[in-house]
Design a protein around this ligand. Structure first.
Ligand code: CO
Length: 208
């Protein structure tokens, strides 16, 4: 699995199989997309969006980056959110983090990584704000695990602060932002129970 030829051969086999199983599949794909979910997750190759929730093409509108961050000034992420809520009218936005996230681990270390430090600085700010809780955890593995969860919670809140999301709620439309976390160890997704359905202040949310 290390050449473009392999990828092209895999694609041919995949498309032929789908066509054989469902002859109208690709005709349906040509119609406008109407995915019910916006899925925001890590770029990590072990966390493939559609596969881990067993959904076919057309069901997830996806944005991925290192450590599944939604940064207020990130034109890319905010454009995806705007398109998802304004045009696709998704009613669910999912932040899907994962345990053992390399981005989270790197942010907890002091190494200098170049451009990545600017990106991971967003995580370091979050962990700084939670340093008391994190310092009470005894093991390194436990710290990383908890930080992966803390990050998902922070990103759920960041999505809720997007002006495009706020407008949806002002217009009395339904939109829920969910925080899930994926365990590489057993392939299971866990709902962190931190869903936001309406405009909420930082102090209310962080005290939750
Ligand atoms: Co990751």
């Amino acid at each position: 699995m290390d050449s473009i030829t392999t990828l092209l051969q895999n694609n041919e086999r995949w498309a032929s199989r789908l066509q054989a199983e469902d002859p109208e599949f690709f005709e349906r794909m040509e119609e406008a997309q109407k995915p019910p979910f916006l899925w925001i997750s890590c770029s990590d190759s072990r966390v493939p969006a559609n596969q881990i929730v067993d959904l076919e093409p057309g069901q997830l509108f996806v944005h991925r980056n290192i450590a599944n961050l939604v940064v207020h000034s990130d034109v890319n992420a905010q454009s995806v959110i705007q398109y998802a809520v304004d045009v696709l009218h998704v009613e669910h936005i999912i932040i899907c983090g994962h345990y053992n996230c390399g981005g989270v681990k790197a942010a907890l270390d002091n190494d200098t990584l170049g451009l990545l430090d600017h990106w991971l600085g967003n995580l370091r700010d979050i962990f700084e704000a939670h340093k008391e809780e994190i310092s009470r955890i005894n093991t390194e593995q436990g710290k990383v695990r908890r930080c992966c969860e803390i990050n998902v919670k922070a990103q759920v809140f960041n999505v809720s602060q997007s002006p495009f999301v706020q407008k949806v709620w002002r217009d009395n439309r339904s939109l829920s932002i969910h925080g899930l976390i994926y365990d590489l160890h057993d392939g299971r997704l866990k709902d962190l129970g931190i869903t936001i359905n309406e405009s909420i202040s930082a102090s209310d949310y962080l005290g939750k």
